[in-house]
Design a protein around this ligand. Structure first.
Ligand code: T6T
Length: 328
C-alpha cells in the first residue's frame, strides 16, 4: 500500500546538470588500429554484465557508435569483481582494439591492467568508475556521485524532518563511485546533529546479502528511520529486508540508480527516492571522446554528468525518461 508520506515533494532535491570540467587534453596521435573495414573498433567493458545501468550505457554507446560509423562491442564480467574483469581487459588488449571504454571494478586492482592497455597504444576512456591514478586515460566520464550522495541525504531528511537513526547499505569499498556517494552522504549527515549515523554495511553487490544485513540491522536497531542504498543491488536487497521486517512505513529508503525493479519498489512505496544517473549519456560521451582522440582532436579530459532524484511525484512525468533499460 502506498503511504501518503511518500508523496512529499522532493522535486527541489533534483539536480540535472551536465558539466564539462574545463581541463582539456590534446587528442594525441591520430590513427589507432582499425578493423578489416577500416573502421575504428571500440571495446566496451562493463563493470558487470546484466546490470541495467551498464545495459543503458551500452545502448547509448551503441547508438553513438552507429552515428559515427565506428564498431562497438560490449562484454562484462559475471560479477562486479576485478578478478573477473582483469582477464577480460587482458584479452581485449590482446585483440588490439582502437579504444577501450571501461568501468573499472576496483580503484587499485584495475590500475595496472588499464595502464598497460594505454601503454600498448590503445585509447582508454574511463566510464562511470575510475582508478587511483587515471592520468593514463584519454578521458573520464562519470556522474556527480558526491552530489548524488548529498541529495540522497536531503531526501531522507525531508521524509524524517526530526532526524533519527540512519545507515548506509553499500557494495564494497574501493569502488570509486559508491565511495564518493558514501562521502557525500556522510558529509551531510555528520553536519546534522538531529541524525544518528550508524555507519556503512557492505553487501558485495548481492541483493540477498543486502536483505540479510538489513534484516539483522533492523533486529539490532528497530528504530532505524532511513537507509541510503548506494546502488541498484544494495537498494533492491535493502527494500526486500525492510519489506520482510514489515517496516516499509517507518524506514525511508533513498537508493542510487533506477532500474525497473527499483522503480517498482518506488511505486509500491518501499523506496521513497531514487537518484537516477544518465548512463546512456555517459556511454555516448565515452564513444565521442574515444573517436575524437583517435582522430587527433581535442578531448575533454573529465566530464561530469548529472542525476535526477525520482519520486512518486515525478516518475510518470519529468522522471520517466531516467528509468534504466533492460535491453536496447
Ligand atoms: O550504480 C551503478 C554504477 O554507477 C556503479 O559504479 C556500480 O553499480 C551500478 O552499476 C548499479 O548497479
Amino acid at each position: 500500500m502506498k503511504s501518503k508520506r511518500h508523496l512529499v515533494s522532493l522535486a527541489a532535491l533534483s539536480a540535472v546538470a551536465v558539466l564539462s570540467l574545463s581541463a582539456c587534453a590534446g587528442g594525441g596521435s591520430t590513427g589507432g588500429s582499425t578493423n578489416a573495414s577500416g573502421n575504428y573498433n571500440i571495446s566496451f567493458i562493463q563493470g558487470v554484465a546484466g546490470d541495467e545501468f551498464y545495459i543503458s550505457m551500452q545502448c547509448g554507446a551503441e547508438a553513438e557508435a552507429k552515428k559515427l560509423g565506428v564498431t562497438l562491442n560490449t562484454q562484462g564480467p559475471a560479477k562486479f569483481d576485478p578478478t573477473l574483469q582483469k582477464p577480460i581487459v587482458d584479452s581485449v588488449v590482446a585483440s588490439n582494439p582502437s579504444a577501450i571504454l571501461v568501468a573499472p571494478t576496483d580503484v587499485t586492482a584495475m590500475q595496472a591492467p588499464l595502464k598497460a592497455a594505454a601503454s600498448a597504444g590503445i585509447k582508454v576512456v574511463l566510464v562511470d568508475t575510475t582508478v587511483d591514478d587515471p592520468s593514463f586515460a584519454t578521458a573520464s566520464i562519470a556522474s556527480d556521485n558526491t552530489g548524488g550522495g548529498k541529495s540522497a541525504f536531503d531526501a531522507i531528511k525531508q521524509l524524517n524532518p526530526n532526524g533519527g537513526k540512519v545507515l548506509i547499505m553499500a557494495t564494497d569499498p574501493g569502488i570509486s563511485t559508491t565511495d564518493a556517494r558514501i562521502a557525500g552522504f556522510e558529509e551531510s549527515i555528520k553536519a546534522d546533529s538531529s541524525f544518528n549515523y550508524i555507519g556503512v554495511q557492505y553487501s558485495h553487490n548481492d541483493p540477498a546479502e543486502a536483505a540479510r544485513l538489513m534484516t539483522a540491522a533492523l533486529a539490532k536497531d528497530p528504530d532505524i528511520v532511513g537507509v541510503f542504498a548506494t546502488n541498484t543491488f544494495a537498494a533492491e536487497g535493502t527494500a526486500t529486508g525492510v519489506r520482510q521486517a514489515g517496516k516499509q512505513d517507518t524506514v525511508k529508503i533513498a537508493g542510487f540508480d533506477a532500474g525497473p525493479a527499483q522503480v517498482q519498489d518506488l511505486r509500491d512505496g518501499t523506496i521513497s527516492a531514487l537518484v537516477a544517473q544518465q548512463p546512456a549519456l555517459i556511454g555516448a560521451d565515452g564513444v565521442d571522446a574515444a573517436v575524437a582522440a583517435l582522430k587527433g582532436e581535442t578531448v575533454t579530459k573529465n566530464t561530469q554528468t548529472g542525476f535526477q532524484v525520482l519520486t512518486l511525484e515525478n516518475i510518470d512525468t519529468t522522471g520517466k525518461d531516467y528509468v534504466y533499460k533492460s535491453s536496447c
